[in-house]
Design a protein. Structure first.
Length: 449
């Protein structure tokens, strides 16, 4: 019997076209992306109006929805930019289907010549007010930056015209359930995986203070995740508990210039690096509560990372509907993608919070290549992502967490010069000669242990 009859939308990040292709390929129900301005990932390439038309067409071919971020917290002088952005997004986007790449699905596809986005992701109340005037036909989803942490806030955003609320990341399961019961006539969305900021719902001033790059304008440099080391030590007064010790800390890319000084004046001091959120074990709870969308963080992450994480959560959601659940399998895959410990975050009460260790860099299985076009029967164009030892087996990352082996004796790799290769290097192209039945466009290959 199914574990739940409700299946939440799986909402994945798309920082650029390559990442969009990856998350669609591995099963996202919807994607969130940004234009070139006024979204909170200025470091991502974003989508021009022309590219957004293509992105919409690709999503429609997969039956997926597209939500566009206008979730910066603008200053007065930026309101005209917001207005112009909203006017562009209010119009349908056209796409010449002849420019689309070959697809892995059947040709029985919907018309994709004209498309409109499915939702605007907004954080600022002023931007919401502008959106309701300029684009009243487009649903508004409130961003986590709106910090919806109680039922009165939820009711306020609903009354202002929002149709979906991304709840504050600081909420636990009991708080989420209470808000949903108090204000049931709106959709709810929660983050279930990805980086956690040391801030209130992502509203951080650390980057602005250190690097003059405000996170709330999409320019975060992520200084909380930099590598640091001690640079100097001085003691003003030798007290028994070592109060008064000052420790200079420098950052890897700016060695020799202390980033800040930690003063130990009460016995203890900390420099932190936050864990990554991981709630895959608790998906049944979200489904039972009727949470509309499960959101994955990572518009700045690589396409390969996004593909693997989406594959896990897509499989887990489908497993719920099929009456099975395999948390050990999901965690093994996710720990391989992570570069820092995974955590249940604030979702569980303090005494029950859980942490899982990420695979160490030496034991993490790298993605070595991504399949491109099929050149002929048994020949595939490949983009090389990491050093690929062609005489060793690799796994094909088939959607659904299927990991068939590709044995070297059953295939041959040519480098960009057309020579049979024993090793190919990242940033180059290659041709894989193999007729393995699971090979298909857009799949990743991963090194084995």
């Amino acid at each position: 019997m199914p574990l739940t009859t409700f299946s939440p939308e799986l909402l994945a990040p798309a920082g650029d076209m390559s990442r969009l292709d990856a998350v669609l390929r591995y099963g996202a129900d919807a994607v969130y992306l940004g234009g070139t301005e006024m979204n909170l990932r200025a470091g991502a390439a974003g989508f021009t109006p022309e590219a957004l038309g293509t992105a919409l067409a690709k999503a429609r071919r997969c039956g997926a929805r597209v939500y566009c971020c206008v979730n910066a917290l603008p200053y007065e002088h930026q309101l005209e930019t917001v207005r112009a952005t909203l006017k562009r997004l209010a119009q349908p986007f056209s796409c010449n289907q002849q420019t689309l790449e070959p697809h892995w699905r059947d040709d029985t596809l919907p018309d994709t010549t004209e498309n409109s986005i499915d939702g605007l992701i907004i954080a600022d109340p002023g931007v919401l007010r502008m959106a309701r005037r300029i684009a009243p036909h487009i649903p508004v989803h409130m961003s986590t930056q709106a910090n919806t942490a109680n039922s009165e806030s939820a009711a306020f955003w609903r009354d202002m015209g929002a149709s979906r609320l991304n709840l504050a990341r600081e909420l636990g399961a009991a708080d989420i359930r209470a808000i949903m019961r108090a204000v049931p006539d709106v959709e709810y969305e929660t983050f279930v995986h990805g980086a956690m900021c040391l801030a209130v719902s992502g509203r951080c001033l650390l980057s602005a203070w250190m690097n003059d790059r405000p996170a709330n304008l999409g320019q975060c440099t992520h200084p909380c995740r930099f590598d640091y080391r001690t640079a100097g030590l001085a003691a003003s007064d030798a007290e028994p508990d070592h109060a008064g010790i000052e420790l200079d800390v420098e950052e890897r890319t700016r060695a020799g210039a202390p980033a800040w000084t930690v003063t130990q004046d009460s016995g203890w001091s900390h420099i932190w690096s936050p864990h990554d959120l991981c709630l895959v074990r608790y998906l049944r709870w979200f489904a039972v509560q009727g949470v509309a969308a499960l959101k994955i963080e990572g518009r700045m992450k690589t396409a390969g990372y996004a593909a693997q994480v989406v594959d896990v959560y897509r499989t887990a959601v489908d497993d719920l509907a099929a009456g099975r659940f395999r948390p050990a399998l999901y965690m093994r895959e996710l720990c391989n993608t992570a570069t820092r410990p995974l955590s249940s975050g604030f979702f569980l009460p303090r005494g029950r919070r859980r942490t899982w260790q990420a695979a160490s860099s030496g034991h993490r299985l790298p993605l070595v290549a991504r399949t491109g076009r099929r050149l002929s029967a048994g020949s595939w164009e490949m983009a090389v992502l990491a050093p690929w030892q062609c005489d060793r087996p690799v796994e094909i990352l088939v959607p659904g967490l299927k990991r068939p082996l590709l044995e070297p004796q059953h295939c041959r790799v040519e480098n960009h010069r057309g020579e049979t290769a024993r090793q190919v290097h990242p940033g180059t192209s290659a041709i894989l000669h193999c007729d393995h039945p699971d090979l298909a466009p857009g799949l990743f290959l991963r090194a084995c242990t």
